[in-house]
Design a protein around this ligand. Structure first.
Ligand SMILES: [Zn+2]
Length: 147
């Protein structure tokens, strides 16, 4: 009888300790997944300023994963004489080159303007989970493959 009580007490204590850790775990998860975040919109603005500094089209984008920028995208259309070098695709390409396709799948794309249809398709193809644009981080949703 006494042993049963001790055992019950042990499991009760274990349960209470585990339960106490739950809010902490969800807080950490919530922090990791905090999107949109205005600081990434500012990073996209920084990329736009960079593009403007070399006389390019006024667009910028970044790919964000696990609290860090993994792809930088100043527009390079004029600089590289490449009609496909929109800020968003530059950012996605850099992220894939530097971190691999698996890292980009599930990442978040921030851009200074709403991504055009071609960039949205590229985002969908690379598994970008969500797109935000502008200084007010407007939600452009999950990129669609056909639009
Ligand atoms: Zn585009």
């Amino acid at each position: 009888m006494n042993q049963l009580k001790q055992s019950r007490r042990f499991f009760l204590r274990l349960f209470v300790r585990a339960a106490a850790l739950l809010p902490l775990a969800s807080l950490v998860r919530a922090n990791e997944a905090k999107h949109p975040d205005a600081k990434w919109a500012r990073e996209a603005e920084r990329m736009r300023a960079l593009a403007e500094s070399w006389g390019d089209q006024s667009y910028g984008a970044v790919v964000v994963r696990d609290g860090a920028v993994i792809g930088h995208g100043p527009s390079r259309v004029v600089k590289d004489r490449d009609a496909n070098a929109h800020a968003e695709r530059v950012a996605i390409r850099e992220a894939i080159k530097a971190h691999g396709a698996a890292a980009v799948s599930g990442a978040i794309l921030y851009s200074t303007s709403r991504p055009c249809a071609l960039c949205e398709r590229a985002a969908a193809a690379s598994g970008i989970a969500r797109m935000y644009f502008g200084a007010n981080t407007e939600d452009a949703g999950k990129p669609r493959a056909f639009n």
